[in-house]
Design a protein around this ligand. Sequence first.
Ligand code: ARG
Length: 476
Amino acid sequence: MQKLWGGRFSASADSFAEAFGASITFDKRLAPFDIQGSVAHATMLGRCGIVSQAESEVIVDGLKRVRAKLERGEIEFRLSDEDIHMNIERYLTEEIGSVAGKLHTARSRNDQVATSFHLFMRSSVLDLVEALAEVQRQLVEQAELHGDVILPGYTHLQRAQPVLFAHHLLAYAHMLQRDVERAVSLFGRVNTLPLGAGALAGTTFPIDRKLTAELLGFTAVYENSMDAVSDRDFVLEYLSVASITMMHLSRLCEEIVIWTTGEFGYIELHDSLSTGSSMMPQKKNADFAELVRGKTGRVYGALMSLLTTMKGLPLAYNKDMQEDKEGAFDAVDTLLGSLTVVAAMVRTWKVRADAMRASAAGGFTNATDAADYLAKRGMPFREAHEVVGRLVRLCIEQKKTLLELSLEELKSFSSLFDDDIFEALALETVVSRRTSLGGTGSEAVAVQMRSVKEFLKSSQAWMDKVGPVVRASEGA
Ligand code: ARG
């Protein structure tokens, strides 16, 4: 088959080499974005008088017909056409004849592929912000629903101090807030147009890159054509955000795995989001949480892979860069899938408040408060720590909690203890007295809740502003 660059070559590629060099098997996913970029390019060529207005219209119309065929599933991609860009051009030629050849005026596949990838990533960043906001909403909802539930807070996975379940959940909402902030900041760099860079050095045609940018809803153009065609930072940044987000989801999922064990029993997952065992009839496993935890590795892998691909490349385009796509596609799917599954688990889990409370009542989670009690009555904290440490040892020997000791027993350790100690060591008191900014006291948690809700409103406003531009230009 005649190649688009056939003029310079005499022997046709053998089929192994053809398959090895082709990217159509995976970059076909860029088809709608390639067409979107081409429509804008052809429109700009017409408006700048580089092709006639009539030719521009024929090309745009042809591209739209190709897109309709694509949507109807009537397009078959050919390996011999190597990648999505040449496959679409071949179809365009079938549709409108040789005038299709004018579309590639003042353009190279190097700036074309970069543009398609920018458009794809732009849409993916918006999807990501939407999916992150949904998980945040579910966390906030659960935090509100179980506002006064107390569970042990842990360090080293040993019970440390009691906290509100809402406080624990909002910690994740705040982590995801940083992920949203990173994604929003990345959006500006993704939303930058490389098209018009040509192969690397620009073009002799009187193009108008700002017009193309405007047509595509890009808010900036790359200022340096060599940078434009060889930059993949926007993909690397997405993969970095994705990796950090997956790490956050993985930590939450690890907690879900722990919380659903018989030993903890803090939550129960919805049947549809857990699985049984083929052999052991009693089992209910948190498979989906484990899968999210497991899939985190492949997203990190995509980041490492692309960093490694890019690190030795001289300017400008090199074919190595064709390797930028599969990992990114996989990371986008994995991340969005994981966010969806996590949102569903959080929305549908059953919270076992009694089990959480019972666990918080054990483990001497109020020991710090016993020491604080003595310190507030004048004993140096180090000494108070020592006194309470000895009390804890006594309790362990007698299989008691601190609250089960009598005032006489307490007084025998320090005369500073009084009968208000029992109130001071009650779980509710221990939690509610942590009124410091960011703490677990209910007022402090309410402040965190309000802040997350405010943030959700502002990210909704951002999506309302940016979303229509991204989605509308996709269909244009
Ligand atoms: N399929 C190629 C890629 O994904 C398109 C760019 C090809 N450019 C070139 N000069 N071979 O990177």
